[in-house]
Write a protein that binds this ligand. Sequence first.
Ligand code: NAP
Length: 280
Amino acid sequence: MTARIIDGRIVAGTVRAAVAARVAALGFQPGLAVVLVGEDPASAVYVRNKDRAAAAAGIAAQTVRLPADVGEAALLAEVARLNADPSVDGILVQLPLPSGIDPQRVVAAIDPGKDVDGFHPLNVGALAAGQPGLVPCTPLGVMRLLEAVGVRIAGARAVVLGRSAIVGRPMAALLLAADATVTVAHSRTRDLPAECRRAEILVAAVGRPELVRGDWIAPGAVVIDVGINRGADKRLVGDVAFAEAAAVAGAITPVPGGVGPMTIACLLENTVTAAVRRRR
Ligand code: NAP
């Protein structure tokens, strides 16, 4: 079998077009503020891409740049200013933050209704309780990819590899909310290959280059690879050994070009969702 390749660029384009259409019908321009502390080059590139994507969707994006030595109190004051600004519907503080600033305190200071990353404890709790809230962008992007493939999630056996707060845990909660039977595996799981082989939907988010081998995958399974890693030869690779897995799976995302493009698309979707809810 050769798996169908799930093209995240195409699906992300569809999500972004849908966001642009929603924005055009709103009658007001949603606003997104991204706070960038320090000069981390990877974060700067990511923030620039967010700005461009937001502008293309008709969202007013602003980047608040603060020096690395800004200090927690000044950063919290900036978050408070954005919370109070009625033209700002979404606030995202780019992580990681410089040492000396507690990211949990900063995230908890964001108005939960503007928390487009979905990291605020209230949004985390809402997702865990199966209530509406803002959902982290990468797992939301995975759900959009699964919808695009047309896979039946209700009743399916899903295995999520990884239990981080930003990917694994919210991913498992979203799959559970969509009525999958969910197993969460992690570094202490006994016999990882056997757990993975039970999956009809396998989401890998471990950050270990090509950990998941072809013989870990059930024939016909849908494999979503969230991992972004540099391989030994500096090539970008996922958490799944792509060629091996593609020979067994029914559908699979590549790296790059799979989950990656979905994160920004879902950030835009969350911004519009937040804007609409705030004005209700
Ligand atoms: P993380 O915080 O490091 O969490 C990794 C998880 O994987 C942990 O739960 C860990 O288990 C588990 N794990 C690590 N090694 C393992 C092993 N050998 N066997 C089984 N489980 C193992 O990473 P993350 O932030 O969730 O990110 C995961 C990957 O996704 C990274 O490659 C990251 O770059 C990528 N990512 C991509 C996007 C995107 O937009 N596409 C967004 C976010 C992250 P324990 O809990 O037991 O330690």
